[in-house]
Design a binder for this molecule. Structure first.
Ligand code: NZQ
Ligand code: ZN
Length: 386
């Protein structure tokens, strides 16, 4: 196991009825900006619950943060917040609203010329506004990590950024807020969380028993409750386990002391920027092919995955690995996503174009050993094109 430091400061309020916790958790001295997306939180009364919890606070609202939140939209909130003297952000929604809040929190006190530099040029950020969230879509894990992924529409790019001060102060995880999710977003959330675990687990052995067994437990949980929660939208226990698994998949815990991959995510961000696909859809179309192309270097963990997660007893080890990868792709399909770029109808020129974009973003040595070069990316894309 590698050396590590672990600190996750986000307080979680988990369970039905927990939105009221917002009242005590945000000191009344703050002037709050409530951020939300395209309106789902208005339809399902989550915003009403937040307003009721904040009835002793001074607060304003800013809606319209879109999936794959854009710099352009977020700068509207930055201007409003500066004008109104906002000093606390409360994101109400899925990963996009929470990621957007993180960018806004860093952009408000930013003294440089253009806040986009925080994302693209890693411009130093010394001060951020406190932010918290009410999660309505289990998927990204953004509610208790310090990362965000922001799109710049004019430039046509989607890039991640991280900052140690951007962990939310607290996150409310009330599974009943997810009852109104469209089936497509349930499938997206389960697959995104599954791939988060895969990118931290399907790498190289590190003698990290705790992280491995925990990762396998999360994967098995997602395999079990994924179909269940698709079929029974009002099943509280299924939603609760989904919400908790997605949170644990990317709160930093299973990634400590072990190699991490993230090449599927980096390829996926380019696919969203190029074609507008949902984040999880890009992952479903890439991960199985990424695993096939890199099966030699990932062999030990792939075999462990086949045996422990899928209970495959086939004695031929190569066959067992094939079976595990095929079952992974079939699971993504069962969750309503396509498991290849060919099935998504993408043109073959993606094989040439996408690695160039990764190069432009300095992403030429991805993967747990830096072995995912533009040549390997081409192999993965070629495999996904069938
Ligand atoms: O905008 P509204 O109207 O709220 O509708 C949203 C949106 O259309 C809807 N929705 C959310 N909660 C709902 C609901 N509809 C009905 N009932 C509810 N309870 O779902 C749609 C998708 O929402 P979005 O927030 O975009 O989805 P998700 O949570 O999957 O977030 C995706 C974003 O997270 C980033 C992705 O790149 C993508 O931009 N990620 C962030 C990460 C992080 N910060 O650590 C890691 C992830 O890998 C991911 O990259
Ligand atoms: Zn993801």
């Amino acid at each position: 196991m590698h050396l590590f430091s672990y600190h996750n400061p986000t307080t979680l309020f988990f369970g039905k009825g927990q939105i009221i916790a917002v009242r005590r958790a945000i000191p009344e001295k703050h002037k709050v900006l409530v951020l939300y997306g395209g309106g789902s939180v208005k339809k399902n009364s989550v915003l009403d619950q937040v307003r009721a919890a904040l009835n002793k606070h001074t607060f304003l609202e800013f809606g319209g943060i879109e999936p794959n939140p854009s710099y352009e939209t977020l700068m509207g909130a930055v201007e409003l917040a500066k004008r109104e003297g906002i000093d606390y952000l409360l994101a109400v929604g899925g990963g996009s609203v929470i990621d957007g809040a993180k960018f806004i929190a860093a952009a408000i006190p930013f003294e440089g010329k253009d806040a986009w530099d925080i994302v693209e040029k890693h411009a130093p950020v010394t001060k951020v506004l406190p932010l918290s969230c009410v999660l309505t879509l289990p998927a990204a894990g953004s509610e208790s990590n310090n990362g965000a992924v922001i799109s710049h529409t004019a430039k046509g790019v989607k890039l991640p950024f991280f900052h140690p001060q951007l962990y939310p102060v607290f996150a409310v995880l009330d599974p009943t807020t997810t009852y109104t999710l469209p089936l497509k977003q349930i499938g997206n959330g389960v697959v995104d969380a599954f791939v988060h675990v895969a990118e931290q687990y399907l790498t190289a052995p590190a003698q990290a028993f705790v992280q491995d067994y925990y990762a396998e437990g999360l994967l098995k949980t997602l395999l079990e409750i994924g179909p269940q929660t698709l079929q029974h939208p009002l099943d509280y226990e299924a939603r609760a386990n989904f919400m908790w698994a997605a949170n644990q998949a990317l709160n930093g815990l299973i990634g400590v002391g072990v190699p991490q991959d993230w090449s599927t995510h980096m390829i996926g961000h380019e696919l969203t920027a190029m074609y507008g696909f949902d984040h999880a859809q890009t992952l479903a179309a890439i991960l199985p092919h990424n695993l096939r192309v890199r099966r030699k270097s990932k062999r030990a963990k792939l075999l462990q995955y086949a045996r422990r997660v899928w209970n495959i007893t086939e004695s031929d080890e190569e066959k067992a690995i094939d079976m595990a990868i095929n079952k992974t792709a079939a699971f993504f399909e069962a969750m309503g996503l396509k498991s290849s770029l060919a099935k998504l109808g993408v043109e073959r020129d993606v094989i040439e174009k996408l690695p160039v974009r990764l190069q432009e973003h300095g992403l030429t040595a991805l993967g747990e050993h830096g072995e995912v070069t533009p040549v390997v990316v081409k192999q993965i894309l070629t495999a996904s094109m069938g």
